[in-house]
Design a binder for this molecule. Structure first.
Ligand code: PMP
Length: 363
């Protein structure tokens, strides 16, 4: 068949898709992997055996429970939701961001967030055809309250995302400023608590207070990144509409079973998070002792730091077998910034030694 216009991606696909770069996941085999905010600890052997028995008996010939009743009940038990609040489950919280964006993507609809923050807000807004507006944080990575309120007034966003703590900066924004934003917003405000397990505050208790507030969490950072499970908490009035967009079997049999069981051992997961917080303090002190490094304090399981020749430092670390995240060359506010996930004690030590060695060599 001949055609004037050949059937190639550039002729067929939406320009906003062609203009995007896929979310980059670098190969990490054999490396000390401190790039993706994973929990470095395995589960205790007894619990792993328990999971193995559970998986052996799982009916993987059947579709999963589309309503995920057991898992939702387990989430309810560990989350302290205010009365009347419900949850919607996602295949990771990434999927929930997408579902929220799809729900509000009327022509001209705006998704507003802050910059720098989690890159998927912009990416998903773009590929569902929304307008993305990123309001710069101030030089300490705090919310610029006035700029936010002005942008909300001007842009009338259908959806606001605030990561609390923020990625990649690690800080909690001022809660009073977030409340003001929720009150001023003409649409939904989603507080993204991906790092809640390492932070000292949460908006979950405020859900009943604001009709336009939703809180999103993931279990990825709590030791279940491989299961892909996130949830959105809020009132049924919103969630029952969003449920229409959720593909019926988005959370598989195994993630449902395993996560529900692990949440019965929530104390084990929280104890791991506690160890990570202790390691975070030690890692922060060790980084502060490295000449030429400026750190930012963190309420998450990673630390953002600034160092001269950041990309060369990143490459030097990689050559020494340590993979972290290079943020240099992305957002201008992150020039010379690198982000390291808090690992196990020996991983953190090796990272700091490799960093010192790299910096010495570059000097
Ligand atoms: N929100 C924030 C702020 C994140 O940093 C991440 C992961 N990097 C996510 C959401 C997505 O997590 P997941 O899809 O693993 O649930």
């Amino acid at each position: 068949m001949s055609s004037a216009r050949p059937v190639v991606p550039a002729n067929l696909l939406r320009p906003e898709l062609l203009g995007l770069n896929a979310y980059h996941v670098p190969p990490a085999s054999g490396m000390i992997k401190l790039d993706a905010m994973e929990n470095p600890y395995l589960l205790p052997q007894a619990l792993r055996d328990e999971i193995a028995r559970l998986v052996a008996d799982a009916e993987i010939n059947r579709y999963p429970d589309a309503g995920a009743q057991q898992l939702k009940a387990a989430i309810g038990q560990v989350t302290n939701l205010p009365p009347g609040m419900e949850v919607l489950l996602g295949n990771g919280s990434d999927e929930i961001i997408q579902l929220l964006a799809l729900a509000v993507a009327r022509p001209g609809a705006v998704l507003l967030s802050v910059e720098p923050s989690f890159v998927m807000y912009r990416m998903i807004a773009t590929f569902v055809g929304m307008k993305y507006v990123g309001v710069p944080l101030d030089e300490d990575f705090a919310l610029d309250r006035k700029a936010m309120l002005d942008a909300i007034q001007r842009e009338q966003p259908a959806l606001v995302f605030l990561a609390y703590p923020n990625n990649p900066t690690g800080n909690l924004f001022d809660a009073a400023a977030i409340k003001q934003i929720i009150e001023a917003a003409p649409g939904l405000v989603v507080v993204d608590e991906a790092y809640y397990a390492f932070a000292r505050d949460s908006f979950i208790p405020l859900l009943a207070q604001y009709d336009n507030l939703l809180v999103m969490r993931t279990f990825s950072k709590l030791g279940m990144a491989g299961l892909r499970l996130g949830f959105l908490a809020g009132s049924g009035a919103w969630l029952e509409q969003l449920e229409k967009l959720r593909l019926p079997y988005n959370v598989g049999v195994l993630p449902q079973l395993v996560a529900a069981r692990l949440l019965q051992h929530h104390d084990v997961l929280l104890a791991q998070a506690e160890r990570i917080k202790q390691e975070r303090a030690k890692l922060l002190a060790a980084l502060n002792a490295v000449v030429g490094v400026r750190t930012y304090s963190s309420e998450a399981n990673f630390i953002l730091f600034r160092v001269g020749k950041a990309t060369q430092v990143f490459e030097g670390l990689k050559r020494r077998g340590v993979l972290i995240k290079n943020l240099n060359g992305g957002h201008p506010a992150l020039t010379d910034c690198l982000r390291v996930t808090v690992g196990a004690p020996d991983e953190n030590k090796k990272f700091v030694a490799a960093l010192q060695d790299t910096i010495n060599q570059l000097a």
